[in-house]
Design a binder for this molecule. Sequence first.
Ligand SMILES: Nc1nc2c(ncn2[C@@H]2O[C@H](COP(=O)(O)OP(=O)(O)OP(=O)(O)O)[C@@H](O)[C@H]2O)c(=O)[nH]1
Ligand SMILES: [Zn+2]
Length: 212
Amino acid sequence: MAEPLPSMAEQRGPRRTDVPDQALRPFDEARAEAAVRELLIAIGEDPDREGLRDTPRRVARAYREMFAGLWQRPEDVLTTTFDLGHDEMVLVKDIEVFSMCEHHLVPFHGVAHVGYVPSEEGRITGLSKLARLVEVYARRPQVQERMTSQIADALMRILQPRGVIVVIECEHLCMSMRGIRKPGSKTITSAVRGQLRDPATRAEAMSLILEN
Ligand SMILES: Nc1nc2c(ncn2[C@@H]2O[C@H](COP(=O)(O)OP(=O)(O)OP(=O)(O)O)[C@@H](O)[C@H]2O)c(=O)[nH]1
Ligand SMILES: [Zn+2]
């Protein structure tokens, strides 16, 4: 007989409301594997049948990759900056995003648009770094609203631009493949900081984002 697992009540720690910016501990592949094996048993499957034998290991590795953002800091990806003297808006559109809904641990995916107005000195970053920043926050258990504001706040803090706009459009599979089952619905979130709050600048950014 397998040892009974401790009840959820026994396993729960104190409730915390803050979201840590970093992983609380290193990734524990053995624990992830054991948990997936346990999940397969819980859904009535045989984790020892041929097709499932390697699944706990595969899922553990896939989770390590999908949640890799927990071990990354935005400072580490926004390293390359240049003083180009360009002080007009820079916008990178249609950055593909895959994240995991923290309520159901199923994916949500879509696109992110990230724009900023550089500081007076025109300090800018590499364009790919904006996409890397999106990845840092997407590869975590997330809600779309928090991911949107985390990206905006990290850019403001590290690059110190005059303003930032982040718009994210995603389909949540927890609304498509289960629950309410509404495939195709899109959730749009935005976070606007600094000078981009100004209606004219914001409208310019939004028209660039929405035009095809
Ligand atoms: N605001 C927000 N809600 C989300 C996000 N991802 C998933 N959700 C919602 O989180 C909610 C969780 O609701 P619960 O009632 O606790 O869970 P549930 O019974 O599985 O809910 P249903 O999905 O309605 O079946 C659902 O309404 C989801 O649509 C997100 O990124 N942002
Ligand atoms: Zn969900």
